[in-house]
Design a protein around this ligand. Structure first.
Ligand code: SAM
Ligand code: SF4
Length: 325
């Protein structure tokens, strides 16, 4: 198992498969995405990468972006990842805009889990935040994913003061009768969104206090193997769960179990770290896996104990679309 200097073990790989996106979320790509300078990793490069990581103990891969459904070969990518020995879960994070007709094919290819980003349940507000008028289509896709029995279906909501902060009751209603999880994510500062962050950041603890007052109870203290970093809450009258992702809280990094690789094949040790390390030269054939593994093991030695967000350092990440969140 990949282990760093702080005894954290890494079983979870977040792999961005494109830098392109069809949305313009206010906190991420308000001007839309620029044309990438390099091609993203090919299916063969992705297969080699995942094989290398799986042999080192990674068992869960999340495909993200940019918007992963913009890859025309998404189904082949999922097939390639799901068929690597040792990979038990293949997840996707998506804005859901184009996914509805793809769902049966993604499931057949081996996709086990989907996180949909839905930052407002009100169509007008959804459009104001994302630049697209597709709230109803995305919610239809969420329903369809539940009907098609994906192992896990979640909705990600980035908390935005004054834009969606009044919608907690409506989100909770969504999980009353459905096997659905809502994840409230605290807005994170990047170098591109400083002013927006200053205006709209809302601590996720505020949601925690509200739901505790309504009888929700914490069910996980933090990360378990392959789980996300969310603190999860359940309620006897609700089928689904609520999770809070609070990167600004103390000890958030103590349970870190994930590594990130960009669409260009660069390893990122932390979302808020400096620098990245290209693994692409080691992905050109299966014979290079020992070199890849040696490089990753050595690089892991440089992983810091914690991000420094509370000191105002948010690293070199311009926006989360560049690395997949
Ligand atoms: N395009 C896909 C989507 O939006 O689901 C996948 C990529 S997106 C970068 C992954 C997740 O990161 C989304 O849930 C998005 O809302 C979240 N995200 C992006 N920028 C963020 C920020 N500055 N703070 C918190 N979450 C952010
Ligand atoms: Fe695109 Fe996702 Fe960023 Fe929104 S959050 S702009 S959908 S990459």
């Amino acid at each position: 198992m990949l282990t760093d200097n702080f005894q954290r073990q890494f079983s979870y790989l977040r792999l961005s498969i494109t830098e392109l996106c069809n949305f313009r979320c206010l906190y991420c790509l308000p001007e839309g995405c620029a044309k990438p300078e390099q091609q993203p990793l090919s299916v063969d490069e992705i297969r080699n990468l995942v094989r290398g990581f799986a042999e080192m103990g990674v068992s869960k891969v999340r495909l993200t972006g940019g918007e992963p459904t913009l890859r025309k070969d998404l189904i082949s990518i999922i097939q390639a990842v799901a068929s690597v020995p040792g990979i038990e879960a293949v997840a996707l994070t998506t804005n859901g805009h184009k996914i509805l007709p793809l769902l049966p094919f993604l499931k057949a290819a081996g996709l086990t889990a989907i996180n949909f980003s839905v930052d407002s349940l009100q169509p007008n507000q959804f459009e104001a935040i994302t630049g697209k008028s597709s709230a109803a289509d995305v919610l239809k896709a969420v329903e369809s994913a539940l009907v098609q029995n994906f192992e896990s279906v979640k909705i990600n909501v980035v908390l935005l003061k004054g834009l969606n902060s009044e919608e907690l009751p409506a989100y909770l209603e969504l999980v009353r009768n459905k096997r659905l999880s809502i994840r409230f994510i605290e807005l994170m500062q990047t170098s591109d969104n400083r002013e927006f962050f200053a205006e709209r950041h809302l601590p996720a603890d505020l949601v925690g206090k509200q739901i505790l007052a309504q009888g929700w109870q914490q069910v996980t203290p933090g990360t378990r193997l392959n789980m996300g970093p969310a603190t999860v809450f359940s309620h006897p009258e609700f089928v689904g769960t609520v999770g809070l992702i609070t990167p600004y809280s103390q000890n958030f990094c103590a349970s870190c179990n994930r590594l990130r690789v960009s669409a260009r094949g660069a390893l990122r040790l932390c979302l808020f770290g400096e620098g990245e390390y290209s693994l692409r030269p080691f992905l050109q054939s299966a014979q290079q896996l020992p070199e890849l593994q040696l490089a990753v093991t050595n690089l892991l030695g440089a992983k810091q104990q914690s991000h420094r967000l509370l000191e105002g350092h948010y690293g070199s990440t311009q926006n989360l679309a560049s690395i997949g969140g």
